[in-house]
Design a protein around this ligand. Structure first.
Ligand code: 13P
Ligand code: SF4
Length: 316
């Protein structure tokens, strides 16, 4: 059979059964990958699912830190990522040496790490959080205790604002995709679609200023700051029919599929994460056939990294 006629989806379904595998896909994956997945979700939902499954294999269609988190939570499962180059510019913005130095300079601080970090960074942290629970996690820490929040500065600024804490130090990291969604993009789209409901991911560089303008009444509109799964829920439950979405554009596929009568408009069409797009159905198939590429966190690191992850899972 020529490769052009090969039905990858059908073969993937067969291999999943044969190997007792599940496919987890992040909301930013390309549509064909979302369609072969068993579950689609945000970082928090996928972490929980990785901990609950009784499958022998987890094929993680997302980026490397997500597969690492699944391996830490489920050390007895074989976790595969279809392409090892699916990294994350935000996770790469801090290394263990830098964190150790920061901790030494702030010996009494509690370290809260966004889940978009390597396993080594998690192993040096007190709490993990995702975009859907960052505010709750920081609120759970006694108000007089200093916090080091890393690595996303826009999420950090949002958390500081929501918790009204002035004892948070924030690492100056950013996601190049979300940092590129600016005030200018928001303002021109709001002018064009004045009736649309407006949702923003907290990693966007426009998050703090948008919140500020909404609170001052300069933007005459409700703005919802949500994780990708929070956006999915809002799209489902809202009575509105038109939505402006400020995040990576991959999420629009699932939004439109699940809500065919509603209209979803990206604030920025070229907000594309090249790492998330590394995964294809061909690579998922290869992953299942050849057991590649296994993501296994060394036990010494995993034993420490599980502590902040479990603290996070217990809070939400
Ligand atoms: P979510 O947890 O909201 O899915 O975000 C993950 C991510 O990488 C955003 O860029
Ligand atoms: Fe990392 Fe940004 Fe891609 Fe999310 S969108 S995986 S934060 S580079």
């Amino acid at each position: 059979m020529s490769i052009l006629n090969f039905d990858f989806s059908k073969e993937i379904q067969r291999l999943k059964k044969e190997k007792n595998a599940i496919i987890l896909a992040h909301n930013y994956q390309i549509s064909q990958v979302q369609e072969v997945a068993d579950f689609i979700g945000d970082s928090l939902k996928l972490s929980r699912l990785a901990g609950e499954t009784d499958a022998s294999y987890i094929v993680f269609c997302g980026v490397h830190f997500m597969a690492e988190t699944a391996s830490i939570i489920s050390p007895d499962k074989k976790v595969l990522i279809p392409d090892l180059e699916a990294g994350c510019s935000l996770a790469s913005s801090i290394n263990p040496k830098e964190l150790l130095k920061w901790k030494n300079e702030n010996p009494n601080a509690v370290v809260v790490s966004y889940v978009n970090t390597s396993a080594e960074i998690k192993a040096l942290s007190d709490y993990c959080c995702t975009s859907s629970n960052a505010v709750k996690v920081v609120k759970s820490i006694p108000a007089d205790q200093p916090v080091l929040f890393l690595p996303d500065m826009f999420l950090g600024a949002y958390v500081a604002e929501e918790t009204k804490r002035n004892n948070i130090k924030i690492w100056p990291g950013e996601c190049h995709v979300h940092a590129g969604i600016t005030d200018k993009d928001i303002n021109s789209m709001l002018a064009k679609y004045s009736n649309a409901e407006f949702m923003v991911h907290p990693e966007c560089s426009c998050t703090s200023s948008t919140l500020y303008h909404v609170s001052k009444g300069d933007i005459n509109k409700d703005c919802k700051i949500l994780s990708t799964e929070g956006m999915m829920k809002e799209a489902r439950e809202s009575k509105n029919n038109q939505f402006l979405i400020a995040t990576e554009v991959g999420i629009l596929h699932r939004m439109q599929e699940e809500n065919p009568s509603k209209e979803f408009i990206p604030v920025k069409n070229d907000a594309v994460c090249k790492y998330m797009k590394k995964i294809t159905v061909e690579k998922v198939h290869n992953s299942l056939i050849n057991d590649v590429y296994e993501v296994k966190v060394p036990e010494k690191i995993a034993r420490k990294a599980i502590i902040p992850i479990e603290r996070m899972l217990a809070i939400t």
